[in-house]
Design a protein around this ligand. Structure first.
Ligand SMILES: *Cc1c(COP(=O)(O)O)cnc(C)c1O
Length: 412
């Protein structure tokens, strides 16, 4: 093999302003270049305990079982669904975008009886509508998405925990896209399980998924049988309910690995854990509320800029996530041509869309390390210039000036 054809990796410089991933914070990259240590080295188990404490603070929870599932955000989703859903369980999924469909798909693989309610893309559900569906279906679990990047909408969750408790329903949310940039109160909102990811507002690379489980959810998982009876007695204490059809995503075993038993399961992804630890430290040093306010500020500035250049936005702005904006592609403009020119000539990436929004909406993110004034102003300037170059009649400079004015007005 001619190895000279495979030079050392050297990715082109890019400003990632799509719906994720985004550029990692340099502090996270530095933490991730630290040397490896053994998985039972007291330093390593110490870091694992620190990660649990840091993520309890970020999830705003007292949950003992707050830990990382190795793999991308989908690993956290699968671990929770596989561990919580018994074959035949009824689950209810309010679907308002692509990630709601993902929850249905995974739940079906868990042999759940899946019930859905649907909202048009660009809208969310009222608590009443979800309560009516809970009354009609009487599910064992409610599976929600907090921020669905496919539509840029944020589902209000704060009233659902009370409803779930009233009907004996376990309450889960996929907070991957919203976590760290929009409010999430695990305990105050009565959530039984939450999963997240690194590559959105947390400013890290994908590869590990923080999860948190309420004591009730942990007890449900502990009731599943274990195949290796006698070897991992701690993982599944009662063993009444049907086993979990995955070893890697068996949260009982993952608890035994993160807990004081330290029973060997997988080899913790050391480098990913170093990154996740630094992501949490970054936000907690800034202050979680300050991080949420920063995402709102830069999201609003991007919105002001897009509106300032006369472009239409997608979806109900009252329910928009702070960190991503849907922009309707003006008629007569080829959305992919714009994205290509943005990438090739300005090294800026903005997002395309899926399903019913494909070819109709760009998605522009302002999150994590890239929720910054310079990133917003650069992106608007480039988009404006590209649109003018290919024949769209925006007033040149208006977008960037509108965003700049938003910052100058000091509005938060
Ligand atoms: C981006 C996103 C994910 C990403 O999952 P990965 O496995 O990390 O690609 C999951 N859920 C939601 C709601 C997202 O927006």
């Amino acid at each position: 093999m001619d190895i000279s054809k495979y030079p050392q990796i050297n990715p082109p410089p890019r400003l990632l302003m799509g719906p994720g991933p985004i550029n990692a914070d340099p502090r996270v990259l530095r933490a991730m270049s630290s040397q490896l240590i053994g998985q039972y080295d007291p330093a390593m188990t110490g870091y694992m305990n620190e990660v649990m404490a840091l993520y309890r603070a970020l999830f705003r929870t007292e949950n003992k079982w707050t830990m990382l599932v190795d793999g991308t955000s989908r690993a956290g989703i699968e671990a929770i669904l596989l561990s919580a859903i018994r074959p035949g369980d009824k689950v209810l999924v309010p679907v308002f975008g692509r990630f709601g469909h993902l929850l249905c798909e995974i739940a079906r693989r868990c042999r759940a009886e899946v019930h859905t309610i649907e909202a048009p893309w660009g809208e969310v559900f009222t608590p009443d509508r979800i309560e009516d569906a809970i009354k009609a279906v009487r599910p064992r679990l409610l599976l929600t998405v907090q921020g669905d990047t496919s539509t840029t909408m944020l589902q209000p969750l704060e009233n659902l925990g009370t409803i779930c408790r009233q009907y004996g329903v376990l309450f889960y949310t996929d907070a991957t896209a919203s976590f760290g940039g929009n409010p999430l109160e695990t305990d105050a909102w009565g959530l039984d399980a939450v999963s997240a990811g690194m590559q959105k507002c947390l400013g890290g690379p994908s590869g590990t998924s923080p999860v948190t489980l309420s004591p009730e959810m942990a007890a449900v998982i502990r009731k599943r049988q274990c195949v290796e009876e006698g070897i991992r007695t701690a993982a599944h204490q009662d063993g009444d309910d049907e086993m979990i059809y995955s070893n890697y995503f068996d949260l009982g075993m993952i608890m035994d690995y993160w807990g004081p038993e330290r029973l060997n399961h997988h080899t913790e992804a050391t480098t990913a854990l170093f990154g996740a630890r630094e992501c949490a430290r970054l936000i907690l040093q800034e202050g979680l509320d300050n991080s949420i306010a920063r995402h709102r500020l830069h999201g609003d500035a991007m919105l002001a800029g897009i509106q300032g250049m006369g472009l239409e936005t997608f979806g109900n702005l009252n329910h928009k996530m702070h960190n991503v904006l849907g922009v309707v592609i003006p008629s007569g403009i080829n959305g992919e041509q714009v994205r290509t020119l943005m990438l090739e000539d300005f090294a800026i990436e903005i997002g395309t869309s899926f399903g019913p929004l494909a070819g109709k909406v760009w998605r522009i993110g302002t999150m994590g390390y890239n929720a910054r004034k310079d990133c917003v102003l650069q992106t608007l300037t480039a988009l404006d210039a590209v649109l003018n170059r290919i024949g769209s009649k925006t007033v040149q400079g208006a977008a960037m000036q509108a965003a700049w004015n938003h910052y100058a007005s000091g509005s938060l």
